[in-house]
Design a protein around this ligand. Structure first.
Ligand code: C5P
Length: 271
């Protein structure tokens, strides 16, 4: 049996710098990963099967529509496995849920079956390559070009999702200007406050179009305003607030939970 944590992917910045002829957008994004995630467990079996449980399992398919299933099929051989997915992360939420699950499944199955990873992992989704190496990375191209960045300072965050699923394509479609300036070079900073100051000078170009589609995202950002920096991740609707300590993150998370008991609120580390 092999288990993997499919950590939530956070886009600390997300600059959209162009659009390819096939419609995909060119990105320049600083990505990091939270300490929370979905759990993938794979064990040997005669056939492929998938079960989904956990607090956010409702509505998640257990068949070939699930990226976990597609990840297993990408190996292109008929070895079996039973995969169990515990959904702790919201779906269609801008934190990589499905891509993180797919990447964790690829790693778990490669170990279980003792085979190399398939080559065409990008076919599963633009965020899958970065989720295979869950660490701070700069993402270019449509998501397939990854480069190392200086280690992040010790960093905590409050993640908040207002419970509204937001699919990615409509957010990209709502972005009117596709060619925007690149992100500045990621500096080597030692404190969370300095790092948040640098992040504040960068952008998430999808934030404004996402708020246009789902205005409650602005309420989430307002609730996270006491943090060092409040911003949306990916195409939303999850937003993060950067914090300098676990205690600061926990206090802010508790305050937001008390005011918005129906929102998904998590205090966690980022790295
Ligand atoms: O690759 P993934 O399935 O996650 O992407 C979902 C959708 O988001 C794509 O079909 C595309 O409409 C949009 N997308 C994009 N440019 C990217 C990544 C995703 O336009 N770099």
């Amino acid at each position: 049996m092999v288990s993997r944590l499919a950590r939530a992917k956070i886009n600390l910045t997300l600059h959209v710098t162009g659009q390819r002829r096939d419609g995909y957008h060119l990105l320049d994004s600083l990505v990091c990963f939270a300490g929370v995630g979905d759990q993938i467990t794979a064990q040997s079996a005669d056939h492929l099967s998938l079960s989904v449980e956990g607090p956010l399992a409702s509505g998640v398919p257990t068949d070939e529509r699930n990226l976990v299933w597609k990840a297993a099929e990408l190996f292109g051989h008929d070895s079996g496995a039973h995969i169990s997915l515990t959904k702790n992360l919201p779906n269609a939420a801008g934190i990589g849920g499905g891509s993180a699950d797919a990447a964790a499944s690829l790693l778990a199955l490669a170990e279980l079956w003792d085979v190399p990873l398939p080559e065409n992992v990008l076919d599963l989704g633009a965020d899958v390559p970065v989720c295979l190496a869950p660490m701070a990375l700069r993402m270019h191209g449509i998501g397939e070009k990854l480069s190392l960045v200086p280690a992040l300072p010790p960093l905590w965050a409050v993640l908040v999702n207002p419970g509204v699923a937001l699919e990615t394509p409509p957010v990209f479609n709502a972005l009117t200007v596709k060619e925007n300036p690149e992100m500045e070079c990621v500096p080597d900073l030692q404190s969370a406050a300095e790092f948040a100051g640098w992040c504040a000078l960068q952008r998430n170009d999808l934030q404004a179009p996402a708020i246009g589609l789902v205005p409650v995202i602005q309420d989430v950002l307002n609730a996270l305003a006491p943090s060092l920096l409040a911003r949306m991740s990916g195409s939303g609707a999850t937003c993060f607030g950067l914090c300098a300590s676990a205690e600061d993150a926990e206090i802010l998370a508790n305050f937001i939970r008390a005011n918005h008991p129906d929102w998904w609120v998590v205090a966690t580390t980022l790295s």
